[in-house]
Design a protein around this ligand. Structure first.
Ligand code: C2E
Ligand code: CA
Ligand code: CA
Length: 584
């Protein structure tokens, strides 16, 4: 059908006038969807002349352009329906994408038969490109807002939003996993922040690798990470992720020149469908308690929250509150265990050991309350109480007998302990040279310079620094080169095992090595004469153990030292001035 046939001369003039003034182009098709008119403006938009349209059907044009989006229009045309602002695009000869937007309306002849379409079109390439750029920028911004810049994992805010959504749906089930790197601060302090960053990035990749598709892996901050695993009933999925993560820990991380092995502690809490507790704060708290338990069990472990975790936490909290008040009211008492010369069995030193009885009279082992005090920042004030009692004791015990006190690694490094030590010893008129400070080899791990320099400061004051529990931990002989220890105390585990050939051989070689380095050895936990004979045979200078003396209060210690050393002196027939002071 011709344009002339389709619309009358008046309408045609009007159409051509509109076509001239409007910025869009006008098009007309006949009943076969073949273009019969396209206004010249089309060239401005798509660089195609109107003549190239006229005589061709829409589908012929579509095929020649390889256009996409046209089927929508074709469907509407087939149904004789109007359409507006439908887009289609194609790749032009210059390899650039082009987009146009078309609107159209069916035309009906006088006899009401379908006569074609009239419509307009415009190029929207720039608009679409702008929209795309805007949406890309938005995505990038969103990514920046939602993720952690270093690791690329989701950040805490995003994680909180997602867990909030899950909590609001009473039928949702999910597992919350919290993972904390063990000793990350030491890595950062020792090897620098670059190495710390490398560890965080590697750990993030490990977390991603154990998570399932759809799980949300997040860096909550610092060395704290989390996985939110939706659609999980029970904790099994969390446990299996934790197992795989702990397995991956064996793989070393190479950062610069250094190779590191890292470990993490993991707390897991499962929320099942219908579970009443859906407070985000409470769920984090439960997973956190499980994580805390994992750390208390010796780190590098995974623990699921359950009633036992909760009750252990409750009991520990009660104990902590009581310990805090006991420290504040001077209720931690020092007892003293004599250390003897292995040959003469004369008392040459004493070790101050902390004792605490709860309000109900129940004694608590230092193996329980010392770590508790360390974890909760109470060790410094507890240590001060023991140091004070040891300083007082030193003024009453014979001057040739040294007083040993245990110093936790967390008491060192801030300079506060050295200050406390100087203050208390001068207050009680006890010379620093009377004291041995027993530290464990953890003071050397990571070569923490602040700790080592505080120990040197204490040494300069005259105190002797002793390596305690040697053999209980890493037992690296390498540490003996790091710091010049005045003595080495062998952990009692060595003596427990003296009948084992290997342990015997180790005991002998450590004693030989220490002797070669000129460092005297003290054997701890000597309970039998057999053990005593062995250490004497190995040339170990001093010993401490139930075979000789148990820890005792100062009131009992003074006559004990006096009696023992008098008897032994008689045996050795060598004069000493100890007894006069000790019996005072
Ligand atoms: P430690 O420094 O290795 O102290 C020696 C421990 O061995 C003491 O346990 C002592 O009672 C025990 N012991 C001594 N001889 C024998 C023996 O023949 N057989 C056996 N089985 N055990 C023996 P205690 O008093 O329970 O102290 C345990 C740990 O608590 C100490 O181990 C020390 O690490 C820590 N500790 C105690 N008092 C203090 C303190 O004032 N400050 C700090 N930081 N730690 C302390
Ligand atoms: Ca000790
Ligand atoms: Ca020890």
């Amino acid at each position: 059908m011709q344009l002339e046939v389709l619309i009358n001369p008046y309408a045609r003039r009007q159409l051509l006038a509109i076509a001239e003034v409007t910025s869009d182009w006008i098009w007309l098709t006949d009943e076969n969807d073949r273009f019969i008119y396209v206004s010249p403006r089309v060239y401005d938009h798509v660089r195609v002349r109107p003549e190239e349209f006229v005589g061709r059907t829409r589908s012929e044009l579509r095929d020649s352009l390889g256009a996409t989006g046209l089927p929508d229009i074709e469907r509407r045309v087939a149904d004789r329906l109007p359409f507006s602002n439908l887009q289609y695009g194609w790749v032009g000869s210059d390899n650039e994408e082009q987009f146009v937007e078309l609107s159209g309306k069916p035309l009906w002849a006088k006899d009401e038969s379908f006569a074609g379409y009239i419509g307009s079109g415009r190029c929207v390439t720039d608009l679409i490109k702008q929209q795309r750029a805007l949406s890309q920028a938005h995505d990038q911004l969103q990514l920046r807002v939602e993720t952690d810049a270093l690791t690329g994992l989701y950040n805490r805010e995003y994680f909180n939003n997602r867990i909030n959504e899950l909590c609001q749906d009473a039928d949702s089930s999910f597992v919350l996993i919290l993972a904390d790197l063990d000793n990350f601060k030491t890595i950062n302090d020792t090897y620098g922040h670059r190495a710390g960053d490398d560890v965080l990035v590697e750990f993030s990749q490990r977390l991603r690798s154990v998570a399932r598709a759809g799980d949300i892996v997040c860096r909550l901050g610092g060395d704290e990470f989390a996985i939110l695993a939706p659609a999980c009933e029970g904790v099994a999925a969390g446990q299996s992720m934790a197992t795989r993560l702990l397995d991956l820990q064996r793989r070393p991380i190479v950062t610069g020149e250094t190779t590191l092995i890292i470990s993490s502690s993991i707390g897991i809490h499962g929320v099942s469908a219908g579970c009443k507790d859906r407070e985000v704060h409470s769920l984090f708290h439960k997973a956190d308690l499980a994580l805390y338990r994992a750390k208390a069990l010796g780190r590098s472990k995974a623990v699921c929250f359950d009633a036992e975790v909760e009750s252990t936490h409750k009991k520990e909290n009660e104990l902590l509150v009581e310990l805090d008040s006991a420290i504040k009211s001077d209720q931690i008492e020092a007892v003293f265990q004599p250390i003897v010369d292995t040959k003469s069995q004369r008392v040459v030193g004493v070790e101050a050991l902390a004792r605490w009885q709860r309000r109900n009279g129940e004694p608590v082992s230092p193996m329980v309350f010392i770590p508790l005090a360390e974890q909760h920042g109470l060790i410094s004030s507890l240590g001060r109480l023991i140091l004070k009692q040891a300083a007082i004791a030193s003024t009453k015990i014979c001057g040739s007998i040294y007083v040993s006190i245990n110093v936790s690694v967390s008491q060192l490094g801030s300079g506060d302990f050295a200050r406390q030590f100087a203050e208390l010893t001068s207050e009680y008129g006890a010379p620093a040279s009377r004291f041995c400070l027993e530290v464990t080899e953890s003071v050397c791990i990571g070569e923490n310079s602040a700790i080592l320099s505080e120990l040197s400061e204490l040494q300069e004051m005259g105190a002797k620094v002793v390596l305690d529990d040697f053999g209980a931990g890493h037992s690296s002989l390498f540490y003996l080169q790091k710091f010049s220890f005045a003595k080495i105390k062998l952990d009692r585990a060595f003596l427990n095992d003296v009948d084992n050939d290997r342990a015997r051989a180790i005991l002998s070689s450590i004693s030989a090595l220490a002797e070669a380095m000129g460092t005297p050895v003290v054997a701890e936990g000597v309970e039998t004469s057999h053990q005593h004979n062995i250490i004497c045979g190995d040339g170990i200078a001093e010993a401490q153990g139930y075979l000789f003396h148990r820890p005792m209060p100062l009131a009992k210690l003074l006559p004990t030292i006096s009696n023992v050393n008098r008897d032994r002196q008689v045996a050795l027939a060598s004069p000493t001035d100890c007894f006069a002071q000790a019996t005072n």
